[in-house]
Write a protein that binds this ligand. Structure first.
Ligand code: APR
Length: 248
């Protein structure tokens, strides 16, 4: 059977969006690329910092071995994020939250740009680079409010050491966030996968669960990913250009 040309099926997509009761969107680093946030695996090579692959520096093991160095890495990343503002992809998704009876935005990004664009209740699957979490009592603080000079920051609630409130390699996702994302994906009519290489699990499993539950699956990515073959529509382009075109 000839390969269905998934790029032209947008008329069916428009129909599905008109009828949709529940829309689920999963985003990855690509949705922030046009804001200047570097992707992890764009251009075929993984990010490296001070000669260390990011999987090493961004790991639970490194929190145990050198928490100060982990903070240096996230201070560097926040330095990059400082100058980045939401782009039309973030803005479009913020508008969609009132467009559908039920709308869920789950992101793998820790940059906070969806919230900055006005999205509420974003399911931050991998945490947030602007937050710290106490290793002792678990309380969370906004890094911008803690004393930048002290690294690792000290918890104001219990005096314990704080770590970045980000899911690191070797760690599981926050259970409450994951359970809600999985439930919403599996009960969606239309599921968008925007700007992710779809190789990091369990997040990459959400669109598969949505598809298996009958959702119409749409990928927005300039490049092919392992999910492309199971999608009903693949829109090859930059999210900041493609998503605004889906408003009608
Ligand atoms: N619009 C849409 N997609 C884009 C754009 C763009 N402007 N620019 C790049 N992309 C696509 C790339 O083609 C690639 O498929 O975004 C994807 C980015 O992939 P990754 O860098 O692997 O990022 P992501 O999928 O979010 O990584 C998942 O891995 O490193 C961990 O925790 C980290 O959350 C991250 C997770």
């Amino acid at each position: 059977m000839p390969e269905k040309d998934k790029s032209v099926n947008t008329s069916e997509l428009r129909g599905r969006l008109r009828e949709a009761r529940s829309v689920f969107v999963l985003t990855g680093a690509g949705v922030s690329a046009e804001s200047g946030v570097p992707t992890f695996r764009g251009g075929g090579q993984a990010a490296v910092w001070k000669g260390m692959p990011f999987e090493v520096i961004s790991s639970a093991e490194m929190v145990g071995r050198d928490l100060k160095l982990v903070w240096d890495w996230f201070d560097y990343r926040r330095g990059v994020l400082q100058t980045c503002r939401p782009n039309p992809a973030h803005d479009t998704l913020a508008r969609w939250q009132t467009r559908f009876p039920r709308f869920t935005l789950a992101t793998q990004n820790i940059d906070g740009l969806h919230a900055e664009a006005g999205s509420h209740g974003v399911l931050e699957l991998h945490g947030n680079a602007w937050r710290a979490r106490c290793l002792n009592c678990g309380s969370r603080e906004d890094v911008r409010e803690t004393d930048a000079g002290v690294r690792p920051p000290i918890c104001r609630a219990c005096g314990g050491l704080m770590r970045p409130d980000v899911v690191l390699f070797g760690e599981i996702l926050p259970e409450d966030v994951w359970v809600e994302a999985a439930e919403r994906a599996a009960t969606s009519d239309v599921c968008f996968v925007v700007g992710t290489s779809a190789i990091v699990y369990p997040a990459a499993g959400l669109p598969v669960a949505a598809m298996r539950a009958g959702a119409f699956l749409v990928e927005v990515n300039p490049e092919e990913t392992p999910l492309s073959e199971i999608c009903d529509v693949t829109l090859r382009g930059a999210a900041g250009e493609v998503l605004p075109r889906l408003e009608f």
